[in-house]
Write a protein that binds this ligand. Structure first.
Ligand SMILES: NC(=O)c1ccc[n+]([C@@H]2O[C@H](COP(=O)([O-])OP(=O)(O)OC[C@H]3O[C@@H](n4cnc5c(N)ncnc54)[C@H](OP(=O)(O)O)[C@@H]3O)[C@@H](O)[C@H]2O)c1
Length: 316
């Protein structure tokens, strides 16, 4: 048996994403074979394809390499030590992060402990889009120790991580402000944020200072937004490539600043799936792409203008 995958054949542009055929793996021990229904597409996938970042460095001698860190699907087979899963169950997970990847594939092996059951009322597409972005959002808010009543400013509130962070911060009882372009003002207001068009005016014009800045843009935008944070306030900057510069500037301004690298957590994934099932967390998917159209999906994520999430559709 074989399965179709989309692999990075060389670092560079989207043409280096190529379909390949692979032997269907056989799960052993604590492993589970998942027939993938949907895979999430995240900015790190495109950065790695371009040859940027740690995952690219580590995998440069392992090309072709199959990207993708989150997926949903149906259990096709389990290893002999797996007791908590059975064939046919719907699961999702944040797997292979950051070294192995592998979710842009019709079938993927995952450790039994890394998976979550998908509640009946959550679609498999939404379940695939949640893990990496949702856990990043939750961990950023936890790193910032957001408390009820605090004012939290989220840069890039309309993106994959941002639109979830807005809702999770609201759920923590924070007053949420979030930046976006004019097209996304209504989208963010509907999620409960005070939406601010970052192109219309300087961010701190007339803004009451915030306790916490969650920076999902990085670079100059992350540095400029520090003017909105009260003295002694907290900054978490999420894009890793500019974290050092953003942190250095925040520290100069007397703010508590840190970068982060998301760390897979099944407990957090379960928590957010339960919130989605109860309608307390809404995940927005703006576009679905077939596996064959993976290059288009990468072009879209590289625009930096995606509203919510995009997913790849599989035949696993
Ligand atoms: N450190 C980690 O562990 C970790 C984990 C996950 C993600 N990340 C990084 O975090 C960043 C966000 O990830 P993501 O998945 O949310 O990305 P994404 O979905 O591609 O973000 C797209 C959004 O960014 C907004 N945006 C672009 N430029 C903006 C600006 N100057 N000000 C405000 N909003 C702006 C766009 O809104 P408009 O169209 O309205 O402008 C769009 O909705 C990426 O750099 C990603 O690589 C890091």
């Amino acid at each position: 048996m074989t399965c179709q995958q989309l692999a990075i054949t060389a670092f560079g542009d989207v043409n280096n994403l190529q379909l390949q055929s692979a032997e269907t793996p056989v799960p052993e021990g604590r492993q589970v074979l998942v027939g993938v229904s949907f895979a999430g597409v995240n900015p790190i996938d495109a950065k790695t394809r371009a040859g940027l970042g740690w995952a690219a460095q580590q995998n440069q001698d392992k090309l072709p390499w199959v990207p993708g860190y989150d997926m949903s699907g149906v259990i096709l087979a389990v290893g002999e030590e797996v007791t908590q899963w059975t064939v046919g169950q719907h699961v999702c997970g944040f797997v292979g992060f950051p070294l192995a990847g592998g979710c842009y594939s019709e079938q993927v092996l995952a450790d039994a402990e890394t998976l979550s059951a998908v509640p009946e009322t959550v679609s498999l597409a939404h379940a695939a889009a949640l893990p990496l972005a949702g856990q990043t959002a939750l961990q950023a808010l936890e790193k910032a120790s957001v408390k009820p009543g605090e004012r939290v400013l989220i840069l890039a509130g309309a993106g994959g991580v941002g639109h979830l962070a807005v809702q999770l911060a609201k759920a923590k009882g924070a007053v949420v402000l979030a930046t976006c372009s004019a097209d996304n003002l209504e989208f963010l207001s509907a999620l409960g944020a005070e939406a601010i068009d970052y192109r219309a005016q300087a961010l701190n014009t007339g803004m009451k200072p915030v306790d916490v800045l969650i920076d999902l843009v990085g670079g100059e935008a992350g540095i400029e937004a520090q003017a909105c944070v009260k003295p002694g306030g907290r900054v978490v900057t999420v894009p890793t490539i500019t974290a050092e510069a953003v942190n250095a500037s925040a520290k100069m301004a007397g703010l508590h600043a840190q970068g982060m690298l998301v760390s897979p957590s099944v407990a957090q994934n379960d928590l957010m799936l339960a919130m989605m099932a109860k309608g307390e967390l809404k995940l927005h998917i703006s576009e679905h792409f077939n596996l064959e159209a993976g290059a288009q999906a990468h072009r879209q994520i590289e625009t930096g203008r995606t509203r919510g999430k995009i997913v790849l559709v599989m035949k696993g």
